[in-house]
Write a protein that binds this ligand. Sequence first.
Ligand SMILES: Cc1ncc(COP(=O)(O)O)c(C=O)c1O
Length: 378
Amino acid sequence: MIPFIDLKSQQEKIRSKIDKRIKTVLDHGQYILGPEVRELEKKLEFFANSKYVLCCSSGTDALLLALLGLGLKPGEGVIVPAFTFASSAEVMPLLGAIPIFIDVDRDTFNLDPTKLDNALKTAYKLGINVKGIMPVGLFGQPADMDPINKFAKDHNLWVLDDAAQSFGSKYNNNPVGSLCEVSATSFFPAKPLGCYGDGGALFTNNKEIYEIANSSHVHGMGKVRYEYDRIGMNARMSTIQAAILLEKLYIFPLELKKRQNVADNYNKHFNKLNLGIRTPILINKATSSWAQYTIILPDDVDRNKLQESLRSKNIPTAVYYPIPLNEHKPYEKYPVSQEGLQNTIYLSKTVLSLPMHPYLSESDIMFIVKSIAETIKK
Ligand SMILES: Cc1ncc(COP(=O)(O)O)c(C=O)c1O
């Protein structure tokens, strides 16, 4: 079986270093908030060109902590794409706030900035006080942040970048993590930079946001131990995960280059054939961390049958995401931009993610592309 994501090959390369790092943690015994967590935060500050980094227990918690830091209140609204993972939208209702679903761009899979005005008007008509926008860097490419930031500024909104999938990519040559007020990423094992459990981080240049998030992630504790400034949660990162991430971060830049190379090879082999498949498109200003390599199938291709046929050849594939978020039961009651979600609906029916990891060989890529061509042409 071709691995969809190959964590084994990566681990073989750095296993002895990871073993050493874990042994150090076992020796010093500070399993929670040990020195590796701060060391990782420092390294991530530099990597993401961000003044403050808070490592925490997951990408979802990083989003939640960011919203706490931004002071989102019950009943207030946040504009978020409907074509994304549940975490992007679930954090609003957890705080009693309201996600307002907006459509994405067909080419980039990301929030379409030209549709922000309509989303905002939709919310205002419903009497919702919109406070912010949450773009999502889906599949690895950041959203088009310049027009999003401009719209936010013009309308007195903040921007929280859900960079769970796009950490490691750049926009206008600036690293994700530094593109707006706050960013959040995930270190879930399958992410471009993943640990061996759950983990996440929040990035901001705003001291107040950082301080609230920092306090909130240890039960709202203030500067004095066991004195509480606010209602908080337990969202600490395990020291062992930080230790693992320190080794993974070291090879991350090289792996990002390898991922780009894999994407280039896919593009090259798909473009040789005339299958009517649309390969991923990057906007000029952006690079991608290639969390996924996602193609758009022609309308007449039966996606289930294609997946089945590829599975029979030991090629795993995945559909991210088969149902727009607003169509799931818990989200049905939240508003959808009046302009509708045409692209989200179209993409949810036609996207297919193929194996993607830094160690995917060109011969495997050729086999995958050939197998798709054979099935589609039948
Ligand atoms: C777009 C997006 N946002 C948020 C998350 C949440 O990250 P975590 O699983 O670490 O909580 C994910 C993880 O899959 C994601 O893909």
